[in-house]
Design a protein around this ligand. Structure first.
Ligand code: AMP
Length: 402
């Protein structure tokens, strides 16, 4: 209870301990201003660093803010101190779906309802290029109305925890949900791997136990590779047929999400509209806020979450691998927005770069270098009216020239 009563960044008062993950402890907290209940995941930076973070994590953390859906646990903001990262998330009052299974298997219609919500969430994320890669029953939470909330979407790189040899760490959650190609390291399709895990989840909900279980890890992996499992006699023929198409070892012949969604067993009582409309609306708002690429929007408001993935100011530099060839630079400025844009324009003129107007300032060279014409995008992010982050990105041309 080390955090109880502690106030995070003058905003969230910590309450009771909710649970423990691989790298994180999760606490209930209350937004002091609004009274809203939230869950705060506290990640120990050092522990994460020890397992070796990869460049991809940076992208994935950025991706998280694009994923907003009725069945995905919402991430409100990310904060950081020197030693910790805090993910402030939607509070799932109903706890883990796992607990429902402690009383035994679920009825087929109940399992279907959860599976429909799971597939909706996964489909939504995949269509936005975000893969979970660690879907398991323990990552499925419920809100106060019993609505399914998938947690840790986009955080998979944190959970994946690879060893130096590239193998999955065995302590990293149960391996029983992992697709054969992930075990065999034979090319990797995030979408198909997630579908396999959804199949294992559906099986567990209906059976009350895992499809692949044995006394040793090697034996489990062998069973997964061959899709060596049996259906209990209470599984209906319809669900058996669907599961056989999902738990197919060859990922190329494994059923796609689109096909799952047209499957008659899946479609029974499925109200896709209610979920979809909600999801699309909230996502569009989020996209605009995050990308601000519309011509009218010259400034992008940053939240702490964006800062984490952009800034070295919080001493997160060690967290992410820097690319050898620098294709972008960032710096902060105490000048106003207009002063920064004027200065950029003057510098561009001195360098004989043509400035193009738009949401993002574009500067282009007039002569072709070895790798085409140099083009640079400049984007200005506002922290406060007198504190900005300027990002210069090479969009084409030679990196050395840049
Ligand atoms: P995780 O690190 O995500 O595996 O979280 C560890 C445990 O904390 C989970 O298994 C849940 O019991 C609990 N937990 C995580 N996130 C939430 C949340 N948003 N709301 C309620 N409980 C949560």
């Amino acid at each position: 209870m080390e955090n109880k009563g502690k106030v995070l960044m003058h905003k969230y008062e910590f309450g009771r301990f909710l649970g423990q993950g691989n790298f994180a402890k999760v606490y209930h907290a209350r937004n002091i201003e609004t009274g809203q209940s939230v869950a705060v995941k506290v990640i120990d930076k050092e522990k994460v660093l020890k397992v070796g973070m990869i460049d991809q994590t940076k992208r994935e953390i950025s991706g998280m803010s694009l994923v907003k859906h009725a069945n995905i646990l919402e991430l409100y903001e990310v904060m950081a101190s020197k030693s910790k990262i805090y993910f402030v998330m939607e509070y799932a009052k109903g706890g883990e779906l796992f607990n429902k299974l402690s009383k035994g298997k679920l009825r087929e219609d109940v399992a279907r309802k959860y599976f429909q919500q799971l597939i909706s969430a996964v489909d939504f994320c995949h269509s936005r290029g975000v893969y979970h890669r660690d879907l398991k029953l323990e990552n499925l939470l419920l809100d106060e109305n019993g609505i399914l909330k998938v947690s840790d979407f986009g955080l998979s790189a944190l959970a994946e925890c690879k060893h130096q040899d590239g193998l999955l760490h065995t302590a990293c959650g149960t391996p029983a949900y992992v697709a054969p190609e992930v075990i065999n390291r034979k090319g990797y399709d995030g979408a198909k791997a997630d579908i396999w895990s959804c199949g294992v989840i559906l099986y567990v909900m209906l059976a009350g136990y895992l499809p692949f279980h044995d006394t040793s890890l090697i034996a489990i992996y062998r069973k997964i590779s061959k899709a060596d499992y049996k259906f209990p006699n209470w599984f209906s023929p319809e669900v058996t047929k669907l599961l056989s198409r999902i738990l197919t070892p060859n990922r190329k012949s494994r059923i796609s999400i689109t096909k799952i969604m047209t499957n008659p067993w899946f479609r029974k009582g499925f109200n896709s509209k209610a979920v979809d409309i909600d999801a699309v609306c909230s996502c569009e708002t989020n996209y605009n806020a995050f990308e601000a690429k519309k011509d009218t929007a010259k400034l992008t408001n940053l939240n702490a979450f964006d800062i984490i993935s952009l800034s070295s100011g919080f001493d997160l530099s060690g967290l992410f691998v820097e690319s050898e060839e620098k294709k972008e630079v960032q710096f902060t400025s105490l000048h106003t927005f207009s002063a920064i844009t004027s200065k950029l324009e003057v510098n561009a003129q001195n360098l004989k770069l043509k400035v193009k107007e738009g949401g993002v300032m574009k500067m282009e060279g007039s002569s072709r270098g070895g790798r085409g014409t140099l083009a640079i995008d400049a984007e200005i992010f506002e922290f406060t009216p007198s504190f900005h982050l300027v990002e210069l990105r090479k969009s084409s041309g030679d990196t050395l020239e840049f």
